[in-house]
Design a protein. Structure first.
Length: 490
């Protein structure tokens, strides 16, 4: 069920009201609730009826027990259909029906997913496509459990897969803005009905649809459809068995076509996530190389607590700016800048990352580490940063930049210069130094090393000061995001 939970204070506000304005997480109105009714409910009964378990280890059950004590019903009228999330793939049911009609598709099969595509998915999708006119791939975009793939990488993976490995004009990629419940069989029916509303005539139900852990049998989500007629559902369900790789033929097939267990190679989503996380290249029968390349461009493509907190914050670029991260070597400048860059880029903000080590491999590879060369290094970087910010790009520049004069020189030239002092004690930086630069500097092997044989001039009045050795990276990023928001940079 789709529900709206409220607490006692909200219940008192709603009492006697004929209309209630519903706001999103950013306090923007999106719907009007007329003739509201408030009622109590039994969380344990709901959990058992929907999820067939009351164990709080189940993510759907955990969510139910965290809900407030009352539910609200009534007539809902849409005011604002926010389509800022992946707008190029965010279609209403009316829009998809027009697209299907425009393409001449009379039969359309929908594929539901919350994961990046592996070769097993691709084989199943193409098998379904052979039975109909068109394929509608519609990943669920919304709150997910930890260690699921982030929405943006699911979308990017499917974009490249469709472009390179599917027939032209036979596949439409859309999104379904919806929270996963992990309710297995019942959620499979829910997903089928939604795709019927989008204009699809067929719906794929594979192995362990919308399942989690061992709460449901591998084909329980298929079996529940036996309780309903096609007329009742209004959509034809395509039940597919598990896809495997035949060791003999080295080709993908359905498991029934290769009944010998000794000849079967199975797909493991858990194993694939671990390989992606560790940047290990899976065999080509598991994932397309173009998809792997997308998934390894960033340090973390899996959902974590920090991502979940910021997943629905619709940051937008108000104006270009330069975040100038300064601090000792190994202070955490690049780590914080990288994390912030991921968040901003994931939200569609035009962002660029200028890192000291990378810049010295290209823009300033002719320079050394004398004070004169260091000043020239910062001058060049400052010039590039100014051009980017002038064109409404969010710039994260991560440089030791030990001298106040050189930092002030950049500040004068850049309109929206934000100095971020990454304040990490020297002894902590030395402990972090796995390459041994500090030890070499203390022994005299390296000359002009900031903090040892060369001074670091501490910023006097930085716009932002963070302490990563105390606060941790995520808290430092939160502080910077708060500053950018409060000062209307995003």
């Amino acid at each position: 069920p789709i529900t709206l939970d409220i607490d006692m204070a909200e219940k008192k506000v709603m009492e006697g009201q004929d209309e209630v304005l519903l706001l999103d997480e950013n306090n923007h109105p999106f719907a009007l609730l007329k003739n509201p009714e408030v009622f109590t409910y039994d969380k344990e009964s709901w959990a058992n009826d929907v999820f067939n378990t009351t164990e709080k280890l189940h993510p759907g059950v955990e969510y139910v027990y965290e809900m407030k004590e009352f539910l609200v019903g009534g007539d809902i009228f849409l005011i604002n259909n926010n389509k800022t999330i992946f707008p190029e793939h965010n279609f209403t049911p009316a829009e998809t029906r027009r697209i299907f009609q425009g393409r001449g598709w009379n039969t359309i099969v929908a594929f539901q997913t919350r994961n990046i595509p592996h070769r097993g998915h691709e084989f199943l999708q193409k098998a379904a496509l052979s039975k109909v006119d068109g394929l509608f791939i519609q990943p669920v975009i919304g709150e997910k459990k930890l260690e699921d793939f982030k929405d943006e990488y699911i979308i990017k993976s499917y974009e490249v897969l469709i472009e390179k490995y599917f027939p032209k004009n036979k596949v439409l990629l859309g999104i379904l803005p919806l929270k996963m419940r992990y309710a297995g069989p019942r959620e499979a029916i829910f997903h089928a009905l939604i795709r019927r509303n989008y204009g699809c005539t067929h719906f794929i139900v594979g192995r362990d649809h919308a399942g989690v852990g061992n709460y449901y049998g591998p084909y329980e989500a298929q079996e529940i459809f036996d309780q309903f007629t096609e007329a009742e559902l209004g959509i034809t369900v395509l039940k597919f068995p598990e896809v495997i790789l035949s060791k003999t033929t080295q080709k993908h097939c359905f498991i029934e076509e290769c009944p010998d267990p000794e000849e079967q190679t199975h797909f493991s989503g858990t194993q694939l996530r671990a390989m992606i996380k560790n940047k290990e290249l899976p065999p080509e029968y598991v994932i397309r190389p173009e998809v792997y390349e997308i998934l390894t461009q960033r340090k973390n493509v899996l959902v974590d607590d920090f991502y979940r907190r910021h997943q629905h914050n619709p940051y937008q670029n108000q104006k270009g700016f330069v975040l100038w991260f300064t601090g000792l070597s190994q202070s955490g400048k690049s780590t914080i800048a990288d994390r912030l860059y991921e968040i901003l880029e994931d939200k569609g903000i035009r962002a660029e990352l200028l890192d000291g080590d990378i810049v010295r491999e290209s823009l300033t590879k002719d320079l050394g580490f004398s004070k004169k060369d260091r000043d020239e290094n910062i001058r060049r970087v400052g010039f590039v940063a100014k051009l980017l910010a002038r064109n409404n790009v969010a710039v994260m520049a991560s440089f030791i930049s030990p001298y106040k004069a050189e930092r002030d020189g950049v500040r004068i030239k850049v309109e929206n210069f934000i100095e971020v002092y990454v304040n990490t004690p020297l002894e902590v930086c030395e402990r972090r130094d796995q390459k041994g630069f500090y030890a070499k500097a203390r022994s005299g092997e390296i000359q002009n090393f900031t903090g040892i044989s060369d001074p670091y001039e501490v910023p006097e009045n930085p716009e932002i000061e963070v302490f990563p050795s105390i606060q941790g990276v995520d808290e430092c990023v939160e502080i910077i995001l708060r500053y950018l928001t409060e000062n209307q940079f995003i």
